[in-house]
Design a protein around this ligand. Sequence first.
Ligand code: PLP
Length: 404
Amino acid sequence: MKLPIYLDYSATTPVDPRVAEKMSQCLVAEGNFGNPASRSHVFGWKAEEAVEDARRNVADLLGADPREIVWTSGATESDNLAIKGVAHFYAKKGKHIITSRIEHKAVLDTCRQLEREGYEVTYLDPDSDGIITPEMVESALRDDTILVSLMHVNNEIGVINDIAAIGEITRARKVLFHVDAAQSVGKIPLDMNTMKVDLLSISAHKMYGPKGIGALYVRRKPRVRLEAQIHGGGHERGMRSGTLPTHQIVGLGEACRIAKDEMATDHEHCLNLRQRFLNHFEGMEEVHVNGCIEQRVAGNLNVSFAFVEGESLIMALKDVAVSSGSACTSASLEPSYVLRALGLDDELAHSSLRFSFGRFSTPEEVDYAATQVKDAVIKLRELSPLWDMYKDGVDLKSVQWVAH
Ligand SMILES: Cc1ncc(COP(=O)(O)O)c(C=O)c1O
């Protein structure tokens, strides 16, 4: 079976072959398979050394101290550990948390759980570009605020928040700042030495590493305390128990090492491909890019094709793997809460697709995919009575629709 062209790098990336090679050395009997917690023999020592090398690579990419890196199973767990860990540890100080309406569910659902436990959460609305400004954060801070949790790059629209500026505000007010950086690590430079971020979630499978491994950066100076969420053997200085998966950790470490070297090249590559893709739609009516195009990660493009239903478009694109911007859940046909928070109406939100490009995307793939998308949009619009009315100059907003 011929596989479709993969333009869904924001969902997950293939593992870089260099990462896979390193990982496979940690699995088999003749390789580095030991338990890093085994202190009494060379198998354990070698595994521990590999884990600590990886920790250094992650720390180097973030401008952090290796002792500030805690292994987790991915950004979902990192978000849970950061938010619940802070909330539970600092509950006596206050019970107010600030986040935004367009966070990933790993943050939103964790906040909802804390609300059930008696915490109060303020959900900031982004501006129409999808950005949370430092001013918005500042005006929501209260005396009992213990944590601000915001994403660096949004997973649907790729828009970048000014984390450095927000960190200045939270630090001045002595409020902890957690950043979900699952979509930015390895794509945009991050420096914990200069950025006043206290906790930062990362995930390997968004940056050419394996699924099922991530990390939480936990600042040591000034020290951040967390209540552990997983109890057991006291691994990771008691913050996250569980036998360390050496192969996964080595994979994340290698992905970070490569990202540090190749971030600039990857960025240029993705930027060129995105522009190349967009050029195909020049002159086409009612094609809207959602979210700020300038302040945006290079590989993301979220586009609404008005008068075309996103799901129908995906069905028509048999040779191209993309994600529906409307992010319908199986139970409901709710359009994306992210796009709605930007002010898009339901129709336009339903007409949106997310294209995401990466290290292994090629210009030929992008040209082919864009041509397929363009042809499908033209065909689907030909079937749309609304498109006909629009072309006839009918002001659709003035039409009184009658429900039957
Ligand atoms: C912004 C953001 N946060 C968190 C996650 C969850 O990451 P993981 O799949 O590593 O649990 C994702 C991935 O979908 C994401 O894009």
